[in-house]
Each structure stands twice: as structure tokens, then as C-alpha cells.
Design a binder for this molecule. Structure first.
Ligand code: 2AM
Ligand code: CA
Ligand code: CA
Ligand code: CA
Length: 260
């Protein structure tokens, strides 16, 4: 199912409007009493806002692309078993722990794949009011302005986006990766940390991630000349979880040589 460039540009504009509406609704809900529930444990939360925003995004995607399949974190989409055709991947609030405890440092994310090909991606840093949007055919923008590709900075010359569990337990030799870099930075939102790689603020980010955590980052990152792979260097799969690395080409080379 091919989509012409003009249709894709129009879809990109509509999707950005949806993201802006989603942000406004999330901000409005933050002014009201929120309900917080544990999913698998005390470090894995979901709020009424995660659910209502997912409901909104799924509804809007159905309006824009009725035949598409939707893979969404909180289960309000479809049971997606294949990347064939049009697939949207949704993370309604990325960094729910931050959302609850900091009311900052969280993102809304959405991505569009056609037959498995990264096509459109959106990462909205809600409190920073930064919307990263676009894809390989339509280009990447930050708040509607073209975003320049980050420089190919080496691991030794850059800050590294870490994940707390991997660093604490030294999984994949992560402490050595961090020692080789100028230092670790940990935010606790995959979306925010990936957006920092897009912006050239980090040379890479490595974390154990679910598809909705890296779907938009993959589209935007690959459009900007960044590389994404599993920690063993093999390609990511949009229907499975794993330790995922997004980095500059140079940093990826260095990191893959260090990881064990
Ligand atoms: P989430 O907030 O959408 O769940 C830090 O927790 C980052 O890792 C967040 O981006 C979070 O996304 C993601 N993450 C992925 N799997 C997780 C899990 N099992 N528990 C908590 N966070 C998880
Ligand atoms: Ca979650
Ligand atoms: Ca997430
Ligand atoms: Ca989430």
C-alpha cells in the first residue's frame, strides 16, 4: 500500500495537529485529580491520563487512517501480529513515573510504518513544548522548523543516555560504555532521551525497550542519519522488546565493540 508524497505530507500535518491536541488535553488533565495504578509492580505505573490519551490517539488515527492496525501500550488498539500494511504504534505517556512524580520529563509518542518501513514519527516533549515530527520522505522538523541532522560525534566526545537498571546492574558492560563517554545522563523517559540524541545533546541511548518506546525514535533517528539496532548489532523488530541502541554512527561502532 503505497502512499503518495502529497498524501504523506498531508497525513504528517494532520498527525502533528493530533499531537498538539493530545498535549493540550494532557496539560488540562494535569490540573485535575489523577488516578495512579500499578501495572506489574510499584515501578510500573499507569494513570487515567495514559488511558484517556491513548483512547484519544487511537480514535484520531482511526479517523485519519481507518484501515490501519494500531499497536498501543495500554491495550486500546489492536492485537497487531504483523507489520504488513499500515501500522501505527502509540505510547500515550512515555515516562509515566516522571509524569506522576515530577510533572515533567515525559513525552507523547506515535509512529507510522508501511509494510514495516519507518514512515512518520512523533515525539512530543510535553513540558518542554518540543514536537519532533516527520520521516524520511517528508523531512524532520522541531516545532515545524527543519531539524538539522546531528553531527557524527564519537562516544569519547559525547554524553551517553543511560538507563538506570542497565547501568546499576552493569548489563551489557554498560559501565564501560559510560566510562568511555564524557558521562551518563538518565532522564527516565525513552522519548525524551531519544529526542536528546536527535538534537545532538547525547551521542547515544541504550535501554531495554518495548516497541512503542522506540518506534517514533527509529523513524526520526534514521531520517537524521542516526542508527538504531539491538545491543548485539542486529536489526530491531517492531513487534518485540529488547535492549535497543540509538546512536550516531561513530558512537554505535564504539559501543558495539564494548558491549558484552
Ligand atoms: P513508560 O513510561 O511508557 O512505561 C523509564 O522507565 C523508561 O522505560 C520509560 O520510557 C518507560 O516507558 C520505559 N519502560 C519500558 N519498559 C518498562 C517497564 N517494564 N517498566 C517501567 N518503564 C518501562
Ligand atoms: Ca508503561
Ligand atoms: Ca514508553
Ligand atoms: Ca507509556
Amino acid at each position: 500500500i503505497k502512499v503518495e508524497l502529497a498524501a504523506l505530507a498531508e497525513l504528517n500535518a494532520s498527525a502533528q495537529a493530533v499531537m498538539r491536541q493530545a498535549r493540550a488535553q494532557v496539560l488540562a488533565k494535569m490540573g485535575t485529580k489523577m488516578t495512579v495504578a500499578e501495572k506489574t509492580g510499584r515501578k510500573d505505573l499507569v494513570t487515567n491520563v495514559d488511558r484517556s490519551n491513548e483512547h484519544f490517539l487511537v480514535q484520531q488515527i482511526r479517523r485519519l487512517d481507518p484501515a490501519a492496525q494500531i499497536l498501543a501500550e495500554e491495550g486500546l488498539g489492536d492485537e497487531v501480529k504483523s507489520m504488513a500494511g499500515h501500522v501505527w504504534i502509540v505510547d500515550p505517556i512515555d515516562g509515566t513515573m516522571n509524569f506522576v512524580h515530577q510533572r515533567n520529563h515525559f513525552a507523547i509518542m506515535m509512529a507510522f510504518y508501511i509494510d514495516g518501513e519507518p514512515t512518520l514519527g512523533y515525539i512530543y516533549d510535553v513540558m518542554g513544548d518540543k514536537l519532533y515530527a516527520g520521516g524520511p520522505a517528508v523531512g524532520v522538523t522541531l516545532n515545524a522548523e527543519p531539524l538539522a541532522a546531528p553531527l557524527d560525534v564519537s562516544l569519547a566526545d559525547g554524553l551517553f543516555g543511560a538507563s538506570a537498571p542497565l547501568l546499576i546492574h552493569d548489563r551489557f558492560n554498560m559501565q564501560q560504555v559510560v566510562s568511555t563517554s564524557l558521562g551518563p545522563r538518565i532522564v527516565g523517559s525513552a522519548g525524551i532521551q531519544i529526542s536528546q540524541v536527535l538534537a545532538g545533546e547525547l551521542v547515544g541511548y541504550l535501554s531495554y525497550l518495548r516497541p512503542w518506546d522506540f518506534a517514533a525514535g527509529r523513524v526520526l533517528g534514521e531520517s537524521l542519519g542516526l542508527v538504531i539496532s539491538q545491543v548485539d548489532g542486529t536489526p530491531v523488530n517492531m513487534l518485540s522488546s529488547g535492549a535497543v541502541l540509538i546512536a550516531t554512527k561513530s558512537a554505535q561502532r564504539a559501543i558495539l565493540a564494548i558491549v558484552k
